[in-house]
Ligand binder design. Structure first.
Ligand SMILES: Cc1cc2nc3c(=O)[nH]c(=O)nc-3n(C[C@H](O)[C@H](O)[C@H](O)COP(=O)(O)OP(=O)(O)OC[C@H]3O[C@@H](n4cnc5c(N)ncnc54)[C@H](O)[C@@H]3O)c2cc1C
Length: 498
């Protein structure tokens, strides 16, 4: 035993760092294989960002097969495999993609065996073109999955330590043999393990890492987390500190949001409508129907000055959203045709809070929001002319989204790029082993969920909806399976006669 490895406070077969969907799936699989497992979670409760996830991607699942006559066509594993590689311009890692598409259906069965019931299998954003029908939406959404997984790991005998932040990896002769951690009282702990699985959920809550790595250029610093948590890239950084490599690091799953507001906000949903958007210059910058693809929208917003977009909404639009409901859908956050009954109250509160603006004229709106009145009035004039002509000469927006801005009072809603997660980080093999700069596995170290790269190139594949959450659960399970096999193989080798 080296100085590094002596004096462990506790020893387990496997230590899992992080208790979201990927970490709990890993811990469950390892404990069910009969190994001693500790799960260390820095928050007072497990769940992480996985509690917000609305659904999981899977291919050729039993749920899809059961709906084959009514809900399809459902994607085959081969179609999904090709989609990930083509969408990423072949920057995805075929080994990792194959691992995911081959094992995703089993994840659905495993979650079902814990009590998860799926109430929808299909696409996610109804207006988004070319989506694969991969989205499996559980009753009670991600929160229910995490609750059932938490119960299952307790039953399986996993020792769960909450409010315990892992700070580093302990190595011996190049192999990972444990972790250092700190509990909520500030006590430091050293926990030994034959394998460590990193499941810390990426770095969406670490502005410095976002600025350094996010693949959206200088504006990365303006990206806000959609649901701020504690995913600060700890697992990625501790692996980098012992020589791990990255792969396509910095893919951000970004979409629209209003700073400081929940994803269910109706003023944010109104702003998301593909009508009239301008950036800080007071001019349009895109065909607003790009907003129907959340993956593209994150990139489009992130490229604007300050990563900001300003939606101009007139009172006809407000009445339409209140009386007829939303023209677009975004999973459970923005229901298709859902009537926005709180919209007016919300807009007025936003104006009061200084995050939206209201006026009786476009020039007055410009002054209130800090735009050049002449420029904004010209933009609205050109836009209304395009609506009257039924043709958008600037950005070729489909005619059905050309709704004029006519009736006061007018509002401006300030949207910006918000990230649900980062979904690439460490280079891993198809077995989820963390690789070093020579692409050799670091013995005893695995990475899963948002900490592991492989499924994406430079952006999230929203047209395979549920990818990150499906990947989280599947990669956790598969990593544990390989870690268990490696540990049991090593034990068998030791037992074998000389
Ligand atoms: C609002 C919202 C909606 C989403 N919807 C979807 C969706 O519908 N479909 C989809 O595919 N994805 C969705 N996502 C993305 C989601 O992040 C992923 O789907 C996935 O569930 C992430 O799983 P994970 O296990 O990698 O990370 P998490 O579930 O975030 O778990 C990481 C855990 O690690 C813990 N941790 C971090 N550092 C340490 C440390 N040093 N020591 C100990 N513990 C640590 C964290 O506290 C956290 O509990 C959504 C995200 C958000 C925010």
């Amino acid at each position: 035993m080296s100085a590094q490895t002596e004096n462990f406070d506790a020893e387990y077969d496997i230590v899992v760092i992080g208790g979201g969907g990927s970490g709990k799936s890993a811990a469950l699989a390892a404990a069910q294989a009969g190994l001693g497992v500790a799960l260390l979670e820095k928050q007072p409760q497990t769940g992480g960002s996985s509690v917000f996830a609305e659904g999981q991607a899977a291919f050729e699942s039993s749920e899809q097969k059961a709906r084959a006559d009514t809900g399809g066509p459902f994607p085959t594993r081969e179609q999904a495999y090709r989609r990930y590689l083509e969408y990423s311009h072949y920057r995805a890692n075929p080994e990792v993609v194959r691992m995911f598409v081959d094992n995703s259906a089993e994840t659905i069965d495993q979650l079902r065996s814990l009590g998860v019931e799926y109430n929808l299998v299909g696409i996610y954003a109804l207006d988004q073109p070319d989506e694969l029908a991969s989205f499996h939406r559980p009753e009670g959404l991600g929160a229910r999955c995490q609750e059932l997984l938490a119960g299952a790991i307790a039953t399986a005998g996993v020792d769960v330590f909450t409010s315990t932040r892992v700070e580093g990896l302990v190595t011996d002769g190049g192999a990972v043999v444990g972790v250092t951690a700190r509990d909520s009282d500030g006590n430091s702990l050293r926990v030994g393990a034959k394998a460590v699985i990193i499941a810390t959920g990426g770095f969406v809550d670490n502005p410095a890492m976002i600025e350094r790595y996010a693949q959206v250029g200088r504006n990365a610093r303006h990206i806000s987390p959609l649901a701020p948590l504690a995913n600060t890239g700890d697992g990625i950084n501790m692996a980098l500190a012992i020589g791990a490599d990255t792969d396509n690091i910095g893919v951000v799953q970004a979409g629209p949001g209003v700073r400081g507001k929940a994803p269910t906000s109706q003023s944010a949903a109104a702003g998301m409508h593909p009508w009239l958007w301008v950036n800080h210059t007071g001019r349009r910058f895109t065909s607003e129907d790009e907003g129907l693809s959340v993956a593209n929208l994150g990139t489009v917003f992130a490229r604007q000055p300050g990563a900001d977009s300003f939606a101009i909404i007139d009172s006809d639009m407000v009445d339409h959203l209140v009386q007829d409901g939303s023209d677009v859908a975004l999973g459970d956050f923005v229901p298709y045709h859902g009537k926005m009954t709180h919209l007016v109250d919300e807009l007025e509160a936003d104006v009061e809070a200084g995050i939206a603006w209201k006026a009786e004229t476009i020039e007055g709106l410009a002054v209130a929001a800090g735009f050049d009145p002449a420029v904004l009035a010209a933009t609205v004039g050109r836009y209304n002319a395009a609506c009257a002509d039924g043709y958008d000469p600037e950005f070729f927006k489909p005619v059905k989204y050309l709704r004029p801005v006519r009736r006061p009072p007018f509002y401006i809603v300030n949207q910006s790029a918000h990230a649900t997660c980062t979904c690439t980080g460490l280079r891993v093999s198809g077995r989820l082993e963390v690789l070093d700069a020579d692409w050799k596995p670091i013995p005893g170290l695995y990475a899963v969920g948002n900490d592991a790269s492989g499924l994406y190139g430079d952006t999230y594949t929203l047209d395979v909806p549920g990818s990150t959450n499906g990947f989280a659960h599947t990669s956790g399970r598969v990593a544990a399976r390989h870690a268990v096999a490696a540990i049991q193989g090593a034990q068998n080798e030791r037992r074998a006669p000389a």
